[in-house]
Each structure stands twice: as structure tokens, then as C-alpha cells.
Design a protein around this ligand. Structure first.
Ligand code: ADE
Length: 243
């Protein structure tokens, strides 16, 4: 199913996320509430986990081994991962294969938007332990890191990608306008937001927001967003803003 969204190319309307992991149970609660749960219930996304252990080797279903050349820690063997990928791809051809790794390309909003166009969906491979055999890189289309820090595995990063991509699919957020206005959508940090009360612990809501002058408010918000980005994340301003 495809619909014409904004930006380049069509946006996929229904998306599948397949996750290869040693810990499928980790994927339950993050998607059990809020927008993600609603998107699943509405049939806009489908999230399926695949237990890597089922493709483990030998009696003990081994998935890792000692590193050649020595060193501490274990390395994930390529054969179970290859077998798991083959099994999922046979069931659902055409998935975009992504390995979550700290050595991958840094995940950004623009990348989430590109992934939201990958029909029929994504196959996310969560690595564990100290790393995966180098030859696994040849089995995937893309390697993604969610930030310059190291987690114990790719499960949380995979869930971050699922959530960031899902909210961009048509029909997932009730209000499409809020998606277009929000942080990073325009390459800027979000402007300051206020709600009731008008005065909180001596801090007043900026009077311009109470003025009812929508053009002035729009300009003020844009200036605030720019100023905040300049102060907090100047690195975002050197890149071309994307819609
Ligand atoms: N696995 C461990 N740390 C990670 C990170 N920062 N991003 C993606 N996958 C990871």
C-alpha cells in the first residue's frame, strides 16, 4: 500500500518491522502503550520478532564464539545470523536489512524519513555481546548507530528506529501538522512551548503568545527555534535543512 506523501517519493502506508534478536521479550513493553500500540491496533504497522537462538549451532544452539586472534569477549558467529536473515527474507522478500551497531551511520530524522519509504518494511538485526563477525556486514543493506555510546545490544536501538519511523507513516499521528512543525522536521530544535497557567512560580508566558496575532507568533517561534538551535546545536545549522 502506498500513498503520496510530502517530500521525495511515495510514503508507505503500512509497514512491517521484523527484528532478529536473542531477546524477543524485550520488544513487548515499548510498543504496548501510546502511539505505537494504536498504530499496531489500527493495522498501520506490524512488528514481528524472530529468535536468533532458533538458528543457533549444535546441541546448545550456540550463536557466539571466541575471537580469532584472541582478546576478551565473544563474537557473534555469522551462520546463525545468515540463517535467520534467510528465513525471514524467504517469508517476506524485499525487506530492507539493517544491522544496529555503534559503528553504523548515525541515525537522524532524515534517515527515519528515508526508511519510512522502504516498502514492504525493515528487517532489523540486533547484535549482542562484544560484536558480530565482520562478514555479517556483507549480509545487510545498511548499518545504523543511534548515537555515540555503547549499549549491550542492538535491541533498544532497533526499537528506537521502529518508533521514529512509525510516527512518520500516514495516519499514525492524529495531527499531521504537529509532525511538520516539530523538532528536526525543519532541521531546527523546537521553539519554547507554553500552556496554562499563565504564571508559574513567577514565570510569565511570553505576552506575544497571548496577543492573538498569528503572524507575529509564527515569526517569534521561528526566531526562537533558530536562536535555540544556534545556542544548543549549532551543528544542525551547517547542514541543509530538510522537510
Ligand atoms: N549496539 C550497541 N550500541 C549501539 C548503538 N549506539 N547504536 C546501535 N546499535 C548499538
Amino acid at each position: 500500500m502506498i500513498s503520496c506523501g510530502q517530500g521525495e517519493g511515495p510514503r508507505v502506508e503500512h509497514m512491517e518491522f521484523h527484528c532478529i534478536t536473542l531477546f524477543p521479550e524485550m520488544f513487548a513493553s515499548p510498543f504496548a502503550g501510546g502511539i505505537m500500540a494504536r498504530a499496531v491496533r489500527a493495522g498501520l504497522v506490524r512488528i514481528e520478532t524472530h529468535n536468533l537462538r532458533e538458528h543457533g549451532l549444535g546441541r546448545y544452539r550456540q550463536v557466539d564464539d571466541e575471537p580469532y586472534g584472541g582478546g576478551s569477549g565473544m563474537v557473534m558467529r555469522p551462520e546463525p545470523i545468515a540463517a535467520a536473515i534467510d528465513a525471514v527474507m524467504a517469508q517476506r522478500p524485499g525487506l530492507w536489512r539493517v544491522l544496529l551497531t555503534p559503528q553504523g551511520e548515525l541515525f537522524r530524522q532524515s534517515m527515519a524519513a528515508d526508511l519510512a519509504r522502504r516498502e514492504p518494511g525493515l528487517l532489523l538485526i540486533a547484535g549482542r555481546y562484544e560484536g558480530v563477525d565482520e562478514r555479517v556486514r556483507g549480509l545487510v543493506d545498511q548499518e545504523i548507530s543511534i548515537g555515540d555510546y555503547v549499549l549491550s545490544g542492538g535491541e533498544l536501538p532497533a526499537m528506537v528506529v521502529v518508533e521514529a519511523v512509525t510516527r512518520l507513516l500516514p495516519g499514525v499521528l492524529g495531527n499531521q501538522a504537529s509532525l511538520e512543525e516539530e523538532s528536526f522536521g525543519a532541521g531546527l530544535l523546537e521553539y519554547p512551548q507554553y500552556t496554562r497557567p499563565e504564571v508559574f512560580r513567577g514565570q510569565q508566558v511570553p505576552s506575544i503568545l497571548l496577543s492573538g496575532d498569528h503572524e507575529k507568533i509564527r515569526r517569534w517561534r521561528r526566531e526562537q527555534a533558530l536562536e535555540r538551535t544556534r545556542r544548543r546545536r549549532p551543528d544542525l545549522l551547517v547542514k541543509t535543512p530538510r522537510g
